[in-house]
Design a protein around this ligand. Structure first.
Ligand code: ATP
Ligand code: MG
Length: 309
């Protein structure tokens, strides 16, 4: 089991889009995947077709009220992909968590009871380096940093890498940077190519900059309004292929390195530094229906382990 934070404190760089579509691509490859929506904006929850106003047991109730995490996990329309959603309570969570002595370890404790059900847990982080992101980094084996190839791209990274360094020193020695992925990529522009070259040079020998780049395409922006990952919304699109390729690269990085006990991973910076259910969703598979909103009765039953061949 590998926990990956999809993190970058810069807003709008493609964290949520990457978290959802990478999660879905990994699930397509028969990995059992849990996506945790740790962002008070709840975009991952909404983008997978859930109505966050009707999510009654969410990551908030898990973190603040100590509700069993398994009662807050729901299947999604993608086989093998489950969601631990956010709801409208989450925006108050930073203040409440800050008063707790164990404030950085609440998520890791919550996830510890369900680790064995999943091959990958992906955490969609908010665009800040507050207590929620801190909880994600403490709970993670590694970070995936989505980044836009634009002017000052590296500048924002410095702060993130510093935070990673602090977390590694004080809270989670295992934390890695699994890699950086370019999102909204348009290789036709000179600026994109120049920034890409600069970023690849900066990280060379220190951490992975994935070969796969995610193309800028309106399809990726459209898919959430249909409550679907790109792999289902337009399965044969370049964007869907890109996320499948990224999934392959992630599998290579994580499964080989984890298999070696992360031995070969000493890489500089990596080490230092609903209407539930979408309208027209025919089967409604994996969606919350009106009658089956999250319910405490489910607390005792584990999430159905996604099928693995
Ligand atoms: P936030 O920091 O607010 O959480 P984020 O980093 O999660 O934002 P996203 O929500 O994934 O970023 O993306 C920001 C916007 O850009 C969204 O409207 C999304 O649909 C769009 N977008 C993301 N990736 C692409 C892409 N490759 N091509 C076109 N549009 C994209
Ligand atoms: Mg987001």
């Amino acid at each position: 089991m590998v926990v990956i934070s999809v993190a970058n404190q810069k807003g709008g760089v493609g964290k949520t889009t990457t978290a959802i579509n990478l999660a879905s691509a990994l699930a397509e490859k028969n990995r059992r995947v849990l996506l945790v929506d740790l962002d008070p904006q709840g975009n991952a929850t909404t983008s997978l077709g859930f109505n966050r106003h009707q999510v009654f047991i969410s990551i908030y109730e898990v973190l603040i009220e100590g509700i069993a995490v398994r009662s807050a996990i729901f299947p999604t329309i993608q086989n093998n992909l489950s969601l631990l959603p956010s709801n409208e309570n989450l925006p108050g969570v930073e203040v409440l968590l800050s008063q707790r002595p164990d404030r950085a370890r609440i998520l890791i404790k919550a996830l510890s009871s369900i680790n064995s059900y999943y091959d990958y847990i992906l955490i969609d982080c908010p665009p800040s380096l507050g207590i929620l992101t801190l909880n994600a980094l403490v709970a993670s084996d590694g970070i995936l940093i989505p980044m836009q190839a634009e002017f000052l791209a590296l500048e924002g990274l410095t702060q993130l890498l510093k935070t990673i360094g602090i977390v590694r020193e004080d809270l989670n020695r295992q934390l890695e940077v699994f890699g950086v992925v370019f999102t909204m990529y348009d290789g036709r522009t000179r600026l994109t190519r120049e920034v890409e070259e600069e970023v690849r040079g900066f990280f060379e020998g220190r951490t992975t900059v994935f070969e796969t780049t995610i193309p800028r395409t309106v399809r990726l922006a459209e898919a959430p309004s249909h409550g679907l990952p790109i792999t289902m919304y337009e399965s044969s699109s370049n964007a869907a292929e890109a996320y499948r390729n990224l999934a392959e690269e992630i599998i290579n990085v994580t499964e080989t390195r984890i298999g070696k006990g992360l031995a070969g991973a000493d890489t500089g910076i990596g080490r230092v530094a609903e209407e539930p259910g979408r309208e027209g969703d025919s089967a409604g598979v994996g969606r919350m229906g009106e009658g089956d909103s999250p319910h405490p009765d489910q607390a005792e039953s584990p999430p159905a382990p996604p099928l693995v061949p």
